[in-house]
Design a protein around this ligand. Structure first.
Ligand SMILES: [Zn+2]
Length: 241
């Protein structure tokens, strides 16, 4: 039985295309060790455009309004052991720099990973998009504690907290229903915030946070634990606003 379970977990990670080195947020596999856990994670310690960052070195830029073309419902939700992840069908997109990026999934971190002017938020969501050419773009959304988030609740109602148990989202739930009305944003160049910490990722951080209730954030934190990588040095980068 044990052997069977290990085999199916192995298959799962193959399908997900994950690296096999175990990584986490505490102890021997915490973020400061990621770069040493596998050769494939080298960029986690040697990269110069790593995420998350403290957004505090701004340049005024005339950023184009964010073009969000989301229309289909979120498919399923899973606690994958690192985060709570919601899968999309690839038909939702944003267009940035004239490139169309399709939404693959979105997931959560408690507390936030990026900081805005030195401030952490109790929760941050990352909407991960990929272009046809294989480039990545993440839209980051901050959550403050406040009014209950009805749209987030649709996801929570379907969530099986047990690791690896993916479940269909039963209520109609479009990912952009989580977005604030005002889609103005900060922009910088960064990386994945989890191994292998791949760089060349376009980051769009929405300026306007939304709310979730204390109970909702606590419920998610209880499942995910503290899953935020510490902020990384900006080095030569600036933040466009
Ligand atoms: Zn993330």
């Amino acid at each position: 039985m044990k052997k069977l379970m290990a085999a199916s977990l192995f298959t799962l990670s193959l399908i997900a295309g994950e690296n096999h080195a175990h990584w986490g947020y505490s102890g021997d596999t915490s973020p400061e060790h990621w770069g040493d856990l596998s050769e494939k994670f080298f960029i986690c310690k040697k990269g110069v455009n790593q995420s998350p960052v403290n957004l505090n070195r701004f340049i005024d830029a005339k950023l184009d309004p964010l073009k969000v073309q989301y229309s289909t419902n979120a498919k399923s939700v899973v606690n994958n052991g690192h985060t709570i992840e919601v899968k999309a069908d690839g038909k939702n997109s944003v267009t940035v720099d004239g490139i169309k990026f399709n939404l693959l999934q979105f997931h959560f971190h408690t507390p936030s990973e990026n900081q805005i002017k030195g401030k952490n938020f109790p929760m941050e969501a990352h909407f991960v998009h990929k272009s046809k050419e294989g480039e990545y773009l993440v839209v980051a959304l901050m959550f403050n504690e406040g009014e209950k988030n009805k749209n987030l609740q649709k996801m929570l109602d379907s969530l099986n907290p047990k690791e690896g148990n993916e479940s269909e989202i039963k209520k109609s739930f479009k990912p952009n229903e989580l977005f604030p009305k005002d889609l103005s944003y900060f922009r910088y160049s960064g990386s994945f915030t989890t191994p292998p910490c791949t760089e060349g990722v376009r980051w769009i951080v929405l300026k306007t946070p939304v709310t979730a209730s204390k109970e909702q954030i606590e419920q998610m934190h209880k499942i995910m634990g503290k899953n935020n990588r510490p902020v990384q040095p900006l080095k030569a980068r600036v933040i466009l606003k």
